[in-house]
Design a binder for this molecule. Structure first.
Ligand SMILES: [Fe+2]
Length: 396
């Protein structure tokens, strides 16, 4: 029997014409108990729609891990590596993740203190907040009125040594309810987005590419991003932009010799556009915070040079310029009408195509508010595929 899919409920802020293919609720299935045949259909649906929601899911950490692994059977370790070594303690991700002892690929994330949780006697959790990451912050007065920010737009990926996971699963176990907040962009545009408390916000990487003007499509299809070694350690002293879509260029990043030991061979150089394995579509998948350099290919033979950006190709090593180019291409896609803020209910299991969407934590909780989620993603067995030579010809 075919699986029943329904559209995700869009908020009034969203432009429905931009969400035709984006996101589906899967009806009547327990995600922890899929047959192989059902899984195949779910896999294709996830790559096609980017985000799948199962409501009222009952999923143990083991089942969540096994489901996530099904998308990449050869993958094994957590997306950032299973073992937290001394060097990762300096990483900005370190305080946000608590490993489930019996299933180290699954992380407990959330807020407040959780007791006797799958082998964790006591876990103190802290919902990541823009206050500790952005250069500027929402004033206490505004915050009291419900103003907040996107924390950090990203792909789940170590961006060094390990390959970006194909899929992330997020399972809401304790989901505090509360008044809506207003996410401020504070970038001079006046943009703001009403969001459910503690939403996870998603945008489509395909839309991010599709809405670019022709000259930027040509640039995107020809460009690769070189990420910093140990990017989350590298960026730790730096401060993010008010939209959470990258880092302010103030020279605060660690220098490469201040980083934990690293090897040149483990540095990740990934295409700007990642090819969807089900649809062949191109998704703009850049983690702007970790980007350090851009490598731009020249236009292919026969392509028109009129209006072309970097027609002869370029290696861009100036961090401000790298970030400026990426921001110009990514900012349009996080405009309020293009954001899907998921309104979490308890027992929601969300699967997202980590190679097809970008996402961010949003909002702020009171210190004592308890929120508990399980998150799983696995460092992939392969690198994402970039544009084909036909894609380059079509868009360059
Ligand atoms: Fe994430």
């Amino acid at each position: 029997m075919a699986i029943e899919f329904a559209a995700l409920p869009l908020p009034p802020s969203a432009d429905p014409s931009k969400f035709n293919d984006f996101g589906r609720e899967v009806k009547g299935l327990q995600p922890g108990a899929l047959t192989d045949e059902q899984f195949k259909e779910i896999e294709q649906a996830l790559y096609k729609h980017g985000v799948l929601l199962f409501r009222n899911a009952d999923v143990t950490p083991e089942q969540q891990y096994l489901l996530t692994k099904k998308f990449d059977p050869q993958s094994e370790s957590y997306g950032h590596g299973n073992n937290k070594t001394g060097s990762t303690k300096k990483s900005i991700l370190h305080p946000d993740l608590k490993t489930i002892p019996s299933v180290p690929q699954v992380q407990l994330i959330g807020n407040g203190t959780v007791y006797n949780h799958w082998g964790l006697e006591e876990a103190k959790l802290k919902h990541p907040s823009h206050v500790t990451f952005h250069k500027t912050v929402v004033s206490p007065e505004e915050e009291a009125q419900g103003a907040t920010r996107f924390y950090r737009w990203h792909i789940d990926a170590a961006l060094y040594d390990l390959n970006p996971p194909r899929v992330t699963s997020l399972y809401g176990i304790t989901v505090p309810q509360g008044p809506e907040q207003v996410c401020k962009y504070d970038d001079g545009t006046g943009d703001e987005l009403p969001v459910p408390l503690g939403t996870t916000a998603f945008v489509s990487g395909k839309t991010m590419f599709d809405i670019l003007p022709k000259e930027y499509k040509s640039l995107a299809v020809r460009t690769k991003v070189v990420y910093a070694p140990h990017p989350y350690v590298w960026m730790a002293p730096a401060r993010a932009m008010s939209t959470g879509l990258g880092i302010e260029t103030e020279g605060l990043e660690l220098s490469l010799d201040e980083l934990p030991p690293w090897e040149k061979e483990k540095i990740k150089t990934l295409p700007v556009l990642w090819k969807n394995p089900a649809t062949g579509g191109l998704h703009f998948q850049v983690h702007p915070c970790g980007a350090r350099k851009l490598v731009i290919d020249a236009l292919p033979d026969g392509a028109s040079k009129e209006g072309a950006l970097y027609p002869e190709g370029a290696h861009i090593t100036d961090l401000g310029e790298v970030r400026g180019i990426l921001y110009k291409m990514q900012r349009p896609a996080i405009a309020p009408p293009l954001v899907y803020p998921h309104n979490w209910s308890e027992k929601d299991l969300v699967l997202f195509h980590n190679r097809g969407v970008l996402h961010t934590v949003v909002g702020a909780f009171k210190q004592e508010t308890v929120r508990a989620f399980h998150q799983c993603n696995l460092a992939a067995s392969d690198e994402p595929a970039g544009p084909s030579s036909e894609d380059v010809k079509a868009f360059a």
